[in-house]
Design a protein around this ligand. Structure first.
Ligand SMILES: C[S@@+](CC[C@H](N)C(=O)[O-])C[C@H]1O[C@@H](n2cnc3c(N)ncnc32)[C@H](O)[C@@H]1O
Length: 265
């Protein structure tokens, strides 16, 4: 699989403005992936994090995972993202939790990580690779900055169909980062292509249904949603149809969420 495939969504289909939009933040919360912090906690365990280790969170968004893992394991965490506004919020949160001595956020692109080789004990990358302009290059960068014997934990959306159904052509659907024609085997291929060894993979597709159910019920609150998100009725209707369509795809097994743990030899 190459990232020049016409099926890959271009970088700008899922932009920073989308994640900062009141509607997306209202529906998805601060932890911008299915499974939320509970799934991040499971990945932290798989990474075997310990006090003082160096962890990199690639595409850290609002920093919820980075902050929680620093708090839990007392490890040192660098979060990197292209979204300067998300990083501003993340930095404020780290300060609020008095974790700013352990956590730092840097603006940068996953395909050009601004770190020397072999400096991190572990790398986390949640729900983001489909947004990268070149996923193989980003995985190569992750492998480069990992120390030998270091580990990667990656979680991401799977979507088997090669085309997007019409109702899903909306901003909330784009926020779900749907990677056309991508099953778990493609992620395995990408990770192995970066020279990493797969140590485990797990199907967490049930978390997609839960996330969609939560978003659908929040949307059902109607007037309160409109007030909280400044969205109009037409936008809310469009999102409701998109969420319904996504739920159907998740029930059919076409839309899912998987985790992968890999080691650097
Ligand atoms: C769905 S959010 C996930 C955020 C976070 N990992 C989480 O799970 O809460 C995807 C994130 O990827 C970031 N992103 C997109 N393209 C990127 C790139 N090329 N390099 C770094 N971050 C990127 C976006 O700005 C956004 O914050």
């Amino acid at each position: 699989m190459t990232d020049t495939s016409p099926n890959m969504q271009p970088e700008d289909t899922c932009c920073a403005d989308l994640y900062q939009s009141p509607l997306v933040r209202y529906l998805l919360g601060e932890s911008l992936h299915p499974g939320g912090l509970a799934l991040t906690r499971a990945l932290g365990k798989e990474l075997g994090l310990t006090k003082g280790q160096y962890l990199l969170d690639v595409a850290c968004g609002r920093g919820a995972s980075a902050i929680m893992l620093a708090q839990t394991y007392k490890c040192r965490v660098a979060g990197i993202d292209t979204d300067a506004r998300a990083l501003e919020g993340a930095t404020k949160d780290a300060r609020r939790y008095r974790l700013d001595s352990l956590v730092a956020f840097v603006e940068g692109d996953a395909t050009h990580l601004p770190f020397p080789p072999a400096v991190f004990d572990a790398v986390l990358c949640e729900c983001a690779t489909s947004l990268f302009s070149n996923r193989q290059a980003a995985l190569g960068e992750i492998a480069r900055v990992l120390k030998p014997s270091g580990r990667l934990a990656l979680s991401d959306v799977t979507f088997r169909p090669e085309t997007l159904p019409l109702p899903l052509d909306s901003s909330i659907a784009r926020a779900l980062c749907i990677p056309l024609g991508t099953g778990p085997e493609q992620y395995v291929h990408l990770i192995q292509g970066a020279g990493l060894t797969i140590e485990g993979k797990a199907d967490y597709s049930n978390t997609v249904e839960k996330l969609l159910d939560k978003a659908e019920s929040l949307l059902g609150i109607g007037r309160r949603t409109a007030l909280a998100t400044k969205a109009n009725d037409q936008q809310l209707d469009q999102i409701a149809v998109a969420l319904n369509c996504a739920s159907e795809l998740a029930r059919q097994g076409d839309l899912g969420y998987w985790t992968f743990v890999a080691g650097k030899p």
